[in-house]
Ligand binder design. Structure first.
Ligand code: G3I
Length: 337
């Protein structure tokens, strides 16, 4: 507890955030959170399936817990996410009898009306505390003919769901920063170009997109720092805000690796890479307003159990809430300036 506060070390350049679940707000993890971060985002509790599991039935409890923590402790808060193709309940795309909607002008209207009600109700409740929303999440798909993800949203509305989401969000809270959020923007030049072209066309049409969110789930060896830098530079000329929204760094660089525990030399290598990454972030500070980690400590990372790795160690604090070399790499980076 006598180590420097990470957000204070970085606050002249960025807001520093962490993804949380209600359980993280208690006890030692709650303390760690308040000491080192000045922004939070709910990992699951503001997603459509959590907020409106059935049409017209709103479930506020878990999201309120997180929002109240931000209110009580004067933290910034990101809202995640108004629209996604995952963790969205089926009823959005079904008729009143539970039958899947098929594309038609009527079903399109119905889906857009439901979307509008969802966004208005959710945003109004958290307007006082959420300063930035992921309005749409992961709508780009470089493998399709038009670069858009062919989700149920898209099949029933084309890209109108995106325009509607931003327009309604802007009406509800003209002061909120409204983000289009996606992954692999730092590593896949084709995908980032599609996103760039899309945002450019949308803003030219007057769709109120105010920011591009880069999730940035990276690994210890990939992609290069230069590739990340290219990403911020590309979007800079659109005049939109940019944030890193879901940062973490897997210690693995291939499949079939499983560390338990992670070897010191790997954690040290991770610390060096976090330092390089934050050195670069600082050099981009005029283009980048907030960096949010997807989690805080390795015990609850979403990466454990994924891609054949039983445990992963991507975050600044270990499972005992001790600062890792990753943490010190970020603190060191601040001293270089
Ligand atoms: O709610 C059910 C529960 O009823 C059930 O008993 C339990 C058993 O597995 O699962 C629970 O659902 C889990 C859900 O989180 C809520 O806790 C899902 O299995 C689990 O897959 C889901 O994972 C979340 C994931 O999004 C869903 O794709 C992760 O916690 C969350 O960190 C992750 O976050 C996403 C961002 O929203 C978007 N970008 C990528 C990022 C990482 O995948």
């Amino acid at each position: 507890t006598d180590i420097p506060s990470l957000y204070k070390v970085l606050e002249k350049d960025f807001i520093l955030g962490a993804e949380v679940q209600p359980i993280d707000l208690q006890g030692d993890s709650g303390k760690l959170l308040k000491q080192h971060f000045n922004s939070i985002v709910a990992g699951n509790q503001m997603k459509p399936e959590s907020i409106q599991p059935m049409e017209g039935v709103f479930n506020w409890g878990p999201a309120d817990e997180i929002a109240n923590f931000a209110r009580e402790n004067n933290l910034y808060m990101r809202g995640h996410t108004l629209v996604w193709h995952q963790q969205v309940p089926k009823w959005f795309f079904q008729d009143k009898q539970g039958k899947d909607l098929t594309p038609s002008p009527e079903s399109k209207q119905l889906v857009l009306e439901r979307l509008e009600i969802h966004i208005r109700t959710l945003m109004n409740r958290y307007k006082d505390v959420v300063d930035a929303w992921d309005v749409v999440n992961e709508v780009i798909d470089p493998s399709t003919n038009d670069g858009m993800r062919h989700s149920e949203w898209y099949q029933l509305t084309g890209t109108d769901y995106i325009d509607t989401a931003f327009r309604v969000a802007h009406e509800v809270d003209p002061n909120a920063a409204l983000f289009i959020n996606d992954y692999n923007t730092e590593s896949d030049p084709k995908k980032r170009q599609i996103l760039y072209d899309f945002v450019k066309a949308e803003t030219a049409k007057g769709v109120p997109i105010s920011g591009v969110g880069h999730q940035m789930h990276i690994s210890i060896s990939y992609p290069s720092i230069q590739s990340v830098r290219d990403t911020f530079n590309l979007f800079a000329d659109l005049g939109v805000k940019q944030e890193v929204t879901e940062l973490d760094m897997s210690v693995y660089n291939g499949s079939n690796q499983n560390y338990n525990p992670a070897p010191d030399n790997v954690l040290i290598q991770q610390g060096e890479r976090y330092k390089e990454l934050f050195d670069m972030f600082r050099s981009m500070k005029d283009k980048l307003s907030r960096i949010t980690f997807w989690g805080m400590s390795d015990d609850t990372t979403w990466l454990s159990g994924r891609n054949g790795h039983t445990l992963d160690y991507p975050l600044p604090f270990d499972s005992q809430y001790q600062a890792k070399p990753a943490y010190w790499g970020m603190v060191d980076s601040s001293h270089a300036w």
